[in-house]
Design a protein around this ligand. Structure first.
Ligand code: SAM
Length: 245
């Protein structure tokens, strides 16, 4: 069951604060928006609101958007004066179009079917002003898929607020419909030498080739401006800058 963004939302928030440098992420995306003179943005998959604070502090008009109430609850506590919308990226309509849309932390990897990708890109296109910027990242299939060692256990550890978290994951290929993998993970708190299980997550994650992303954007009336190799804590990624035609 996929529970990382529901039952485990608080654990996500604590662990990812140590895995991801959100200031660096903010700097990357805000530089893109500044380059294209965009002041308003929608963040799809805004999660626990870690980028919101930076965007608000720096004068951007920010809207958050996420599917999971548990993630939104944490984001709203951190940023009480900010608007967060609960919705599904595959079908949404804002009150008015925005100048830019960002989608970070490889959120696109939850779009498992081509139809899901199509409907999401259509929604994004409809909710952007003409010339609007769409900037997002994705897991690079070319780098990631051949590197997967079936069944090998990978441990990630993080210490936050004096709590020591451990995650043991297994990645297994799932090539039924695309370049996907199944990510099974068990989450623990460490007390002394003892590991106490606090939850499990089982998700299918999609990776993409650059070529697939290019085709999806072209057929949905986006013009690709730049493809940038980007560092990520666990996955080799690229970021794309595209403009609504
Ligand atoms: C990998 S997390 C990234 C969160 C945040 N951007 C970060 O970097 O910490 C993916 C986020 O996408 C959200 N999400 C997944 N499927 C979604 C959908 N169909 N529509 C909107 N949000 C979705 C999840 O709830 C989660 O918060």
């Amino acid at each position: 069951m996929n529970s990382l963004y529901s039952d485990l939302a608080k654990v996500y928030d604590a662990m990812y604060a140590t895995f991801i440098d959100y200031k660096d992420e903010y700097e990357f995306y805000s530089e893109v928006l500044k380059k294209y003179n965009k002041k308003s943005l929608l963040e799809i998959g805004s999660g626990t609101g870690n980028l919101t604070t930076y965007f608000k502090k720096n004068g951007f008009e920010y809207l958050g958007f996420d599917l999971n109430e548990e993630m939104l609850e944490i984001a709203r506590i951190k940023n009480p004066d900010c608007i967060y919308i609960k919705g599904d990226m595959r079908s949404f309509k804002l009150e008015k179009p925005v100048e830019s849309i960002i989608m970070t932390g490889r959120t696109i990897s939850y779009l498992l079917s081509n139809q899901d990708v199509e409907s999401t890109l259509k929604s994004i296109h409809n909710n952007l002003e003409k010339g609007g910027v769409f900037c997002f990242d994705f897991i690079d299939a070319n780098k990631f898929i051949p590197e997967i060692s079936e069944g090998k256990e990978i441990t990630h550890e993080a210490s936050y607020d004096n709590i020591y978290y451990v995650r043991k994951s297994k990645w297994n290929l799932n090539l039924k419909q695309g370049m996907d993998f199944i990510w099974e993970s068990n989450y623990y708190k460490k007390e002394g030498k003892k590991l106490i299980e606090i939850g499990k997550d089982n998700s299918i994650i999609r990776t993409f080739t650059i070529n697939e992303i290019e085709i999806f954007l072209q057929i949905n009336n986006f013009e690709i401006r730049k493809i940038i190799k980007k560092k990520s804590y666990a996955f080799p990624t690229y970021a794309i800058i595209a403009l609504k035609k």
